[in-house]
Design a protein around this ligand. Structure first.
Ligand code: SF4
Length: 119
């Protein structure tokens, strides 16, 4: 794929379009340093156009601590492990929503859809 083609794809995406699966495959197979540099610059421009420069804040709540019946070997929540952390079952949905509202008040974003689905 030539530099001009990469730039053409960039313009298409900047205009709100999408690239095809086949075009994406071509992009990940670029070999020339010049073309890869063009791809990186294009990706940077697209990212800066569609994403804010502001960080997004989020908050995590451990709604259930330990006591998971599954056995995922890397997870300390598994009932097979004996962590020193507090252990408690799934929090009541209203407590989770309260925590989400507190997190939002403190600057976390996008809690509402997830929290309301619990009720
Ligand atoms: S990752 Fe942890 S919490 Fe999730 S299912 Fe596995 S053991 Fe349970």
């Amino acid at each position: 794929m030539k530099k001009a083609e990469i730039q053409s794809l960039k313009e298409k995406v900047l205009a709100g379009g999408e690239i095809s699966f086949e075009q994406a495959v071509e992009l990940i197979q670029l070999q020339s340093q010049d073309e890869i540099q063009t791809l990186l610059e294009s990706a940077d421009e697209i990212t800066r156009r569609f994403n804010s420069n502001e960080p997004g804040l989020c908050s995590l709540l451990n709604a259930k601590s330990y006591l998971c019946g599954e056995d995922c070997g890397v997870c300390a929540q598994s009932v097979r492990f004996d962590p020193s952390a507090d252990r408690y079952g799934l929090m009541h949905p209203e407590k989770i929503v309260e925590a989400a509202k507190r997190a939002e008040k403190n600057g976390a974003q996008n809690w509402q859809n997830q929290a309301e689905n619990l009720l």
